[in-house]
Design a protein around this ligand. Structure first.
Ligand code: ATP
Ligand code: MG
Length: 580
């Protein structure tokens, strides 16, 4: 195919769009790949669509290769199946809800577990029918709170979602492993640098789950990995190593002290170092952060989170720990309504006295001694011992994870980096098959409850992820597998012979099966070179001054190498280059 830029529906922009913060967003708009229709909603222009389709094909090939079968379900869905699993309400304001002309509730699908489960239940009924894995590459809708970064977080986006149905745990494990390795092949082919991280399962429910995170400065996910082992986890999924309980015998009794105006951890530590024997740090204090938590369909519940005073509560970890419940910091009105909670001086007892739930960090084990609030203005208690002087209602992973924390596998320490989630694989188990009572007849004639996995790849997001990881200061750079064209030929010489030579070269490349973008515009070489760099086709061929001497120039956008070759060799050299 020859695509002529003189007639191509493409306008490149000199300036970054005002709403763009991250490089991939700026470049994809400037290079005319996408245009914004509404916040988080994008139009795909010719070059963008080509990259998108190429990525889609890689995903499709690897899914087909593990025996998954492609189908396509609607985005417009009825309420009932999601009502059945509780997700109609659990999804909260992220769900696009609408009504049809008869007033029936409908929604735009954010993910399709319910519909796939119902569908397979309707068709299959015997153990002989399983296992089966179905997938689709389809448009999803989520009213994201912060649609940002262009395609990275859309409100309309394309996902490859697959669902496996198995008879037993061993079958599910096999389906999961098949997806895991298919995803590795997909992301390797796309030349993405990524990490497979242990993950929380969030609103999906279920147990084992891993995320594929593309390493990226601008990523919204923080993950940690061990300096000494292969351990890697999304920060939300890091489990704190739990120390052993300590003996409480012989520990001093708790004593309440007048600590004056000490509402912060720093002021409290200063007081302790002045008034008590010994040296104290923030880690000796127990900080109690008050939040309210609301489970779906229930009332807000006041909850105190006790963490060592040298750590902050990480709201994302807290949100992940309580999901699908919502969580908010306690506000002025809540404090006013609960006088037992003395701001700045809150202790475990005050929380429980106010009818609240008191949850602690896993490090707060029986026998640990703390300086903490005494629930009275200007007062703290010293030597308050966990398990002796207070009994938490439970443990919660909400404290921040820090570089240098011990790795949960006992090997090395953790280091953090940022990433963008490109894929997520879940062993759902029977959450959805229970909701829909999906059994098949087992070999022994008895019903067997089917077990499920669900697996997602952000296809549209991948366009931006590749742009993000591969771009340079001049523009986009595409791996050959996904580039919008294999080769970009630029006429940079007005001489008639050169123009005719370029046209002949392009025709020969086309005949050799090379997909060519041909810059035949009446524009200056400078403008054309800049556009070629911005558009990012991996092989650029310049028919320029050297043509008079029988030479063309080949520029490799991926390696930055430039070479001059005889026109006579051009087709062979270019064909070899683009076929990698
Ligand atoms: P995130 O944590 O980034 O919001 P998620 O955990 O909600 O993602 P999943 O429900 O696991 O996402 O969806 C599967 C895949 O779909 C993700 O791995 C991601 O690549 C992609 N994806 C999810 N939300 C969006 C979005 N708003 N825009 C583009 N792609 C998305
Ligand atoms: Mg996810």
């Amino acid at each position: 195919m020859i695509t002529r830029m003189s007639t191509l529906f493409l306008r490149t922009l000199r300036d970054d769009p005002a709403d763009a913060e991250v490089p991939s967003h700026k470049l994809l708009v400037r290079a005319g790949y996408i245009r914004r229709a509404a916040p988080g909603v994008y139009e795909w222009l010719p070059l963008g669509l080509r990259v998108f389709r190429n990525i889609e094909n890689v995903v499709r090939q690897e899914m087909n290769a593990i025996g998954a079968q492609e189908i396509l379900l609607p985005a417009l869905l009825p309420r009932e199946p999601y009502e059945k699993t509780g997700r109609w309400s659990e999804y909260g304001s992220a769900l696009f809800r609408l009504q049809d002309r008869k007033g029936a509730d409908m929604m735009l699908g954010p993910t399709h577990e319910e519909i796939f489960t119902q569908l397979v239940k309707g068709e299959f009924s015997s153990y002989k029918d399983l296992p089966v894995t179905l997938y689709q590459i389809q448009t999803k809708y989520r009213d994201e709170e912060r649609p940002r970064a262009g395609l990275l977080r859309g409100r309309e986006f394309t996902m490859k979602d697959s669902y496996s149905f198995d008879l037993d745990d061993a079958g599910l494990q096999k389906s999961y492993e098949a997806h895991r390795s298919a995803y590795q092949r997909i992301f390797d082919r796309l030349m993405i640098t990524y990490v497979i991280c242990a993950a929380t399962s969030g609103a999906m429910g279920g147990s084992a789950s891993e995320e594929f995170l593309a390493e990226c400065e601008v990523g919204e996910d923080t993950f940690v990995r061990s300096t000494e082992s292969g351990y890697a986890a999304n920060v939300e999924a890091v489990l704190t190593p739990v120390p052993e309980d300590l003996p409480t015998d012989g520990l001093p009794r708790p004593a309440v002290h007048d600590t004056g105006d000490t509402p912060t951890i720093d002021t409290l530590v200063d007081w302790a170092n002045g008034a008590l024997d010994g040296t104290f740090t923030a880690a000796d204090t127990l900080k109690n952060v008050l939040v309210k938590i609301r489970k779906p369909g229930e009332d807000w519940q006041i909850t105190g989170i006790g963490v060592p005073g040298d750590r902050e509560v990480d709201m994302k970890r807290l949100e992940a720990a309580v999901e699908p419940a919502e969580v908010e910091l306690l506000g002025d009105a809540d404090f006013a309504a609960n006088p037992a909670l003395v701001r700045g001086y809150i202790g475990p007892k005050g929380v429980q006295a106010a009818g609240g739930t008191y949850l602690v960090d896993p490090r707060v084990v029986t026998g640990t001694r703390w300086i903490t609030g005494a629930d009275e203005q200007g007062k703290h208690v010293v030597d308050l011992v966990a398990g002796r002087d207070f009994t938490p209602d439970g443990v919660i992973e909400a404290a921040e994870v820090r570089d240098g924390d011990p790795s949960p596998d006992g090997k090395g320490v953790l280091q953090s980096a940022r990433g963008i989630e490109i894929g997520h694989i879940f062993q759902l188990g029977r959450k959805y098959t229970d909701a829909f009572e999906f059994d098949v007849l087992g070999e022994n004639g008895k019903p067997v409850r089917v077990t499920m996995g669900s697996y997602g790849v952000g296809v549209s997001r991948l366009v931006a992820v590749i742009a993000e990881q591969m771009h340079d200061e001049k523009g986009l750079r595409w791996p050959r597998e996904v580039a919008p064209f294999e080769c970009h030929v630029v006429i940079a010489n007005k001489d008639e012979a050169a123009v005719a030579g370029a046209q002949a070269l392009v025709a020969e490349l086309d005949a050799a099966g090379v997909d060519v973008l041909f810059d035949d515009r009446k524009a200056s070489p400078g403008v054309k070179f800049k556009d070629a760099e911005l558009l990012g086709v991996p092989t650029v061929v310049v028919v320029g001054r050297g043509f008079a001497d029988g030479k063309v120039e080949i520029r490799d956008r991926l390696t930055g190498e430039t070479s001059e070759i005889p026109v006579a060799d051009a087709v062979a050299v270019i064909t070899a280059a683009v076929r990698g």
